[in-house]
Design a protein around this ligand. Structure first.
Ligand SMILES: Nc1ncnc2c1ncn2[C@@H]1O[C@H](COP(=O)(O)OP(=O)(O)O)[C@@H](O)[C@H]1O
Ligand SMILES: [Mg+2]
Length: 258
């Protein structure tokens, strides 16, 4: 589904991604882990067109997408989630689903969206679709509530729900568990699984919480110093000495060795 070949990205003197090669298979929930600063977020940004690479190539559904703009990549069915920003917290839950936030996908994509989907004439259909998603998330009763009043985990669900308003083939999730209170963790993880199983969405997930990643993802790709260190099943990764070594000195090491 996704293939990254010899990708590199530099920020001034910092080599954020260094000759990185990896693949994500269709239909998987593939995990991406690695110490802080390993380049995971940068990799996501380069894949989805929010950063331009200095070298290397990216292929999505066998077509090269290297260097395309975020809105062009979005149109091909690949996007990443973003946190709900302050502005959107003021809007209701339902309104959040009806708008693809323009500052997150860029003005050009926004106008392309309006033009292509002719949102005004489609509004009724969109509301139906949004309500269907809210029922799926068990949040229908909160449709008129300003998003800012949702607990952290339900904000996360809403972020994921927004991705369901558009027909994507693959979504990149950067830390879907962060800020989610423990009692909502299972619901968020359950929803991610549902997206994978029922919609056939391919997911590529960066997550700090080892429990989450080990329970949710197969395979898991480990990234260190801007490149892929190894890849394997949760069991293989957990017992890989190189991986444990890479995490030495990281606060998560204890967690990892459990
Ligand atoms: N916009 C940027 N400008 C300068 N340096 C950056 C930028 N984004 C990331 N970096 C640097 O690139 C490296 C990788 O960062 P990042 O991709 O955020 O890692 P991770 O998500 O794995 O923690 C880090 O050294 C970080 O400081
Ligand atoms: Mg990051």
């Amino acid at each position: 589904m996704l293939r990254v070949e010899n990708l590199s990205k530099r920020f001034g003197g910092v080599q954020a991604i260094q000759d990185c090669t990896l693949q994500v298979k269709e239909g998987t929930i593939t995990g991406l882990i690695g110490p802080n600063g390993a380049g995971k977020t940068t990799l996501f940004n380069v894949i989805t067109g929010f950063n331009k690479p200095n070298a290397g190539r990216v292929f999505f559904k066998e077509e090269e997408i290297t260097g395309l703009q975020a809105f062009q990549i979005f149109r091909r069915g690949l996007f990443r989630t973003f946190q709900i920003t302050r502005e959107y917290k003021e809007m209701t839950v339902l309104e959040n689903l009806l708008l693809i936030p323009r500052d997150q996908i860029g003005e050009r994509l926004w106008s392309a969206w309006i033009r292509n989907r002719s949102m005004r004439t489609q509004e009724k259909k969109n509301i139906e679709k949004a309500m269907e998603i809210l029922r799926f998330l068990e949040m229908a009763s909160k449709k008129d509530m300003p998003a800012k009043y949702l607990p952290g985990g339900e904000k996360k669900l809403l972020e994921l729900g927004r991705m369901m308003m558009v027909d994507l083939d693959m979504v990149l999730l950067d830390e879907p568990g962060s800020g989610v209170p423990p009692f909502l963790q299972n619901k968020v993880m359950g929803y991610i699984r549902k997206l994978s199983h029922e919609r056939g969405l391919t997911l590529f997930v960066v997550e700090h919480d080892m429990n989450v990643i080990m329970n949710l993802c197969t395979p898991i790709i480990v990234m260190t110093d801007g490149t892929k260190l190894t890849e394997g099943t949760p069991k293989e990764i957990r017992s890989d000495q190189r991986v444990i070594q890479a995490y030495l000195g990281e606060p998560d090491t204890q967690e990892f060795e459990k």
